[in-house]
Design a binder for this molecule. Structure first.
Ligand code: DQA
Length: 145
């Protein structure tokens, strides 16, 4: 079984990007945390980042048939009908993750096109959110029991 962890725009700059909001961990640190969480559960990991909306759509299509997707679509969360459509089209179980607490920030970050098609949402817990999302997909397949 494979978990896909997909990251959107500007997340390649983690570590140096507004560290007071996003912390000092780099994208390599996020990948390492995801890899050890997946190893703990005996799951394979596909970890990807892109700055391009259409590429994120392609990554989601390629995740079809997987155990689930941990998705931090970054700013596209708040703008992208195409990404929400891709999740539905591929029939994916998605846990939406944000490093920052988007609800404690600007109003334009309070709306998500992803949340209505996600199994669950984790925000504000930094890189721990990724691990928690993988734990959820691994233990209950993301299902509420
Ligand atoms: C983010 C929150 C988004 O609002 C923002 O555009 C990002 C990162 C987060 O992880 O906190 O780029 O998804």
């Amino acid at each position: 079984d494979t978990v896909h962890v997909l990251n959107g725009p500007n997340l390649n700059l983690l570590g140096t990007r507004e560290p007071e909001i996003y912390g000092r961990s780099t994208i390599a640190d996020v990948e390492a945390a995801c890899r050890s969480a997946c190893e703990r559960h005996g799951l394979d990991l596909v970890f990807r980042q892109t700055n391009h909306e259409g590429e994120l759509v392609t990554f989601l299509q390629e995740a079809r048939g997987s155990r689930g997707v941990v998705l931090n679509a970054a700013a596209y969360t708040h703008t992208s009908v195409a990404i929400a459509d891709a999740i539905k089209a591929a029939g994916l179980i998605v846990v939406e993750v944000h490093l920052s607490n988007v609800f404690a920030r600007e109003a334009f970050r309070h709306h998500s096109f992803i949340s209505p098609v996600a199994r669950g949402v984790i925000c504000g817990l930094g890189i721990d959110g990724y691990r928690l999302a993988i734990d959820a997909l691994a233990t209950a397949g993301g299902k509420i029991s």
